[in-house]
Design a protein around this ligand. Sequence first.
Ligand code: SF4
Length: 230
Amino acid sequence: MGEHPPFDFETASQPVAARVGAGLAKIGIALKSRAWRDAGPERLTPTQGQAIVILKNAQRGLRLDEIAVALGVTAPTASDAVKALVQKKLVTRRNAKDDRRAVSVTLTARGEELAGRVAGWPDFLLRALDTLDEAEQTAFLRSLVKIIRGLQDAGDIPVQRMCIGCRFFRPHLHDDPVQPHHCAFVDAPFGDRHLRLDCNEYESAAPDEARSNWRSWSGNAPASGLEGAI
Ligand code: SF4
């Protein structure tokens, strides 16, 4: 038998980013198939399912822009989801009490019942994530924050109410390696494992402050072409 050159994984492998993207796509497919399976005859998409759960948790009518922010999608995507839900008789639209020009979306009785059923969709993901230890979960959360920020900088999703863009965020203010950051809103230290992806107290930082916080938190300069965006 002739000698083979040693197998080189470096040249034989796709870039890591491509494989991570493929992995995320697989999770997206799992979410979608689960959504279709559990949504019964209404056949909700994940976005529609999340929208009715958000409405149920809010326990009041929500305006379209509030739904878009809570979903983390653009206003047209939220509008399409609500239109489909109206057609399925799961929500109704009427003028908002506080602003006659705005539209308030509320659940119908059928929507309420279905929202209770679909609220359990993410449970199967949580069970899978429980297979990661605490350090792995924190590292994953940190990576997600970076990916979400990249998506919002590219305009693919609206700005999310995350610590890294918040005016109350003080990265690496403390020497404690476990809780190095500080939230000036509650005046308390916290660590990467406590980073919020959707905080009610979030307020946007000024662009310069947000850029400087990003550098301090991530250890990275903003990606080329994204210097002005946060
Ligand atoms: S107010 Fe919320 S988003 Fe802002 S730093 Fe504190 S925990 Fe994070």
